[in-house]
Design a protein around this ligand. Structure first.
Ligand SMILES: Cc1ncc(COP(=O)(O)O)c(C=O)c1O
Length: 451
């Protein structure tokens, strides 16, 4: 008996010690993350997941304030109204995390689709590494090729004829693959990589993280004036500010990568099919299926497509077939819905239009903030005339506020400040892609801010 009590006590002590170690490790990691130069989206997500809870009302136990004082606010879970429908004090104490572009806003549409977009996979399926060995991209599922080609044709947003399709684990992997493919392996100096500010906040982390020696971030494309080879990354519509973009460096030694993640009719009028050498797309922002991690590149040059494929081969020996097949099903459903009474793009356009109306109304009620204006153009896909409805609001703090991110953070609104995009801290990027309840709370809180 005494033995078993002793064993039990030892067990409890050991498990307590292990838990303390885990808690200490998480706190330590968080501090490291915060003090490191780059805030890592992935690390943050992982930490939120580790903590595994969704706190919606923090005022009563003071944890928000406490954590802010400790400068470890990023470990706080974001709002999650799905899990906790009752919001104390009318939501005043809730932390609204609009830092990430996590695209949950189309969830309701996909719930309604039910069986039509359900994929069932048996244990014997998708076992091989290979999908189509005749294709340059040998791990690309033929079903995904059909779905992507059909959707681009229906929407009219990109030329697919004469292009090689390369699939990636998100377009993030395709960025790496394209940089690898376009940088000469034996050059005396790394290839310069530029993008016009405000640029996507994943640069320069994405370009320099591995310190490969093949390529190196060379900053804001507007400032680039070297007579050297370069790659210009052109995101259009742009993340963070939503504007349509062209390349800006006028050198003759440049290669362009066009990131068209937001060139879909819920975000921007489609004017003509994009026709560039390398075009990147992703289901993350087109259909809202970021969790499937599927992106694709349309590549004109066969050798470039081959090298991109080699990169992915070395990196992950292909791309999940399960994800590709799910993405194919979703993309086919989107293309098919274009003949329905309410297509996916009607639905998503209405979501974005409503949100932009709300945020503009909220901003108009105060002198503290401003938003960019977009001129209407006619969308060749929908026939509608509208100005951009970007996935992010590029908000400026007017007047004396110099650090807009900290200013909003004091009001429990988490955003991403201008410095992450290579510009002034007077700007912040606000995700427009969250769930309805969170967005409603945000547009209520914004005009109520006085200081
Ligand atoms: C402009 C742009 N490109 C690429 C990505 C990454 O997409 P994926 O989830 O396919 O890696 C994002 C995600 O936010 C983005 O905004």
């Amino acid at each position: 008996m005494a033995d078993s009590v002793f064993v039990l006590r030892n067990f409890l002590v050991v498990s307590l010690a292990m838990n303390m170690c885990l808690i200490w490790k998480i706190s330590y990691d968080d501090e490291e993350t915060l003090t490191s130069k780059w805030s890592s989206w992935g690390n943050l997500q992982q930490k939120l997941h580790h903590h595994g809870s969704c706190i919606t009302g923090e005022k009563n136990n003071g944890r928000v304030e406490e954590a802010q004082d400790n400068k470890r606010t990023e470990i706080l879970p974001t709002t999650s109204f799905g899990a906790a429908p009752v919001v104390p004090d009318g939501g005043e104490s809730v932390v609204i995390n609009l830092d990430h572009g996590d695209p949950t806003m189309y969830e309701t549409f996909w719930k309604q689709k039910g069986e039509e977009t359900t994929v069932v996979t048996s244990g014997w399926q998708h076992i091989s590494y290979f999908s189509d060995i005749k294709n340059v991209c040998w791990f690309l599922e033929p079903e995904l090729v059909s779905a992507i080609t059909r959707l681009h044709k229906v929407v009219g947003n990109a030329i697919t004829e004469g292009r090689h399709l390369v699939v990636g684990t998100g377009s993030s992997q395709l960025y790496q693959a394209a940089l690898f493919a376009l940088s000469p392996p034996n050059a005396s100096q790394p290839m310069n990589v530029v993008s016009a500010a405000p640029f996507y906040s994943s640069y320069p982390l994405m370009t320099d993280y591995l310190k490969s020696g093949l390529h190196k971030w060379a900053g804001d494309a507007h400032q680039f004036n070297k007579e050297k080879p370069y790659i210009e990354l052109v995101t259009s519509p742009n993340n963070p500010d939503g504007f349509t973009r062209q390349d800006v460096v006028k050198g003759h030694k440049g290669i362009l990568i066009h990131d068209l993640a937001y060139y879909w009719p819920q975000y921007t009028p489609i004017l003509s099919p994009a026709n560039y050498d390398i075009m990147l797309f992703t289901v993350s922002k087109s259909t809202g299926h970021a969790g499937s991690r599927i992106g694709w590149a349309l590549v004109k040059d066969r050798e470039v497509a081959k090298k991109m494929t080699t990169f992915i081969e070395i990196n992950t020996i292909g791309v999940s077939k399960d994800s590709q097949i799910r993405a194919a099903k979703i993309l086919q459903a989107v293309a098919g819905s274009c003949d329905d009474d309410e297509s996916f793009f009607d639905y998503s356009y209405k979501v974005m239009e409503k949100r932009w109306k709300k945020i503009r109304e909220a901003v108009d009620k105060t002198e503290l903030f401003s938003l960019p204006e977009f001129s209407p153009e006619t969308c060749a896909f929908s026939g509608r005339s509208f100005g951009q409805l970007p996935a992010f609001a590029w908000l400026k703090c007017e007047g004396e506020v110099e650090d807009c991110e900290s200013f909003l953070r004091k009001n429990k609104i988490y955003t991403r400040g201008g410095k992450h995009f290579g510009v002034s801290t007077k700007f912040v990027r606000i995700s427009m892609l969250c769930r309805d309840t969170e967005f409603a709370l945000f547009t209520e809180r914004l005009p109520a801010i006085i200081s």
